[in-house]
Design a protein around this ligand. Structure first.
Ligand code: HEC
Length: 202
C-alpha cells in the first residue's frame, strides 16, 4: 500500500515537470527525417481568412506575364482550358439549374468559395511539371490575373495577404453548412496549431 502510494506521487511529480515526456524514447518508423527549421519555415497553410498567407504581392499585369509563360500552354490563352489543364474561369451561375442538358461548369469563378485557396493550390501544385517553383510574388500576381479574368477583382488589383483574404468569391454562399456537431477544437490563432486535429473525444 505504502509503496504504491509513493509510486503514484513520483509519477505525478514526473508528469508535472515534463520529465516523462522528455525521457521517453522517441518512436521512429525507420524512414523520413526530422524537418529542419529552414524546411519548417517554408511550410504554410493559409486559412480562408488569410491567416498563414506568406508575405509578398503581385499585380494583374505581372500575373498576365507569369500566366502566359507558365500556365497558358495547358490552361489556354483565355483560361478556358485546353491541352491538359482545366478551364479556370467562366460558368458562373451554372451550378444550380433545372435543365439536365446544361451540365454545371465548375471553375474557380463558379465554384471555389475562398480566394486564398487559389494561392495555396497554385503555390503547391502548379505549374504541373514544376510545382513550388514560383516565388510568392509570382503566385500572388498570377492569382490576381486569374481573379481579374474571372471579373472578380479590377484590373488595377494588387494581391497580397490582406487583399486576397478580402476577396469575396461569387460562390461564397453556395455551400450548405454541415449541421453535424463540430468534433474538432476551434481553429487556434496560429495556423500551424489549427492543423493539429486532436482525436475526437469518446
Ligand atoms: C503541364 C500542364 C500544366 C501547366 C503548365 C499548369 N497547369 Fe494548372 N493544372 C493542370 C492540370 C492537369 C490540372 C488538374 C490537376 C488535378 O486535377 O489534379 C491543373 C489544375 C489547376 C488548377 C485547379 C483548377 C480546378 O478548378 O480544380 C489551377 C487553379 C491551376 N491549375 C492553375 C495553374 C497556374 C496558375 C499555372 C501557371 C503558374 C498552371 N496551372 C500551370 C495542368 C497544368
Amino acid at each position: 500500500m505504502r509503496t504504491a502510494g509513493n509510486l503514484t506521487i513520483i509519477a505525478v511529480a514526473a508528469l508535472a515537470s515534463g520529465a516523462l515526456a522528455a525521457d521517453a524514447p522517441k518512436a521512429t518508423y525507420g524512414f523520413g527525417s526530422t524537418p529542419t527549421d529552414a524546411e519548417l519555415a517554408r511550410f504554410f497553410s493559409p486559412l480562408p481568412d488569410g491567416r498563414g498567407l506568406p508575405p509578398g504581392s503581385g499585380s494583374v499585369l505581372e500575373g498576365k506575364s507569369v500566366y502566359q509563360q507558365q500556365c497558358a500552354a495547358c490552361h489556354g490563352e483565355n483560361l478556358q482550358g485546353g491541352s491538359g489543364g482545366d478551364r479556370l474561369i467562366g460558368g458562373r451561375g451554372s451550378l444550380v439549374n433545372d435543365d439536365p442538358k446544361k451540365p454545371p461548369v465548375k471553375t474557380i469563378e463558379s465554384y471555389w468559395p475562398y480566394a486564398t485557396t487559389l494561392f495555396d493550390y497554385v503555390k503547391r501544385a502548379m505549374p504541373l511539371t514544376a510545382p513550388d517553383s514560383l516565388t510568392n510574388d509570382q503566385v500572388y500576381a498570377v492569382t490576381a490575373y486569374i481573379l481579374e479574368q474571372a471579373k472578380i477583382v479590377p484590373e488595377d488589383a494588387i494581391m497580397n495577404a490582406q487583399t486576397l483574404a478580402k476577396v469575396q468569391m461569387p460562390n461564397r454562399d453556395g455551400f450548405v453548412p454541415d449541421r453535424r456537431p463540430e468534433r474538432f477544437p476551434a481553429a487556434a490563432q496560429a495556423p500551424h496549431q489549427s492543423l493539429a486535429i486532436a482525436p475526437a473525444a469518446k
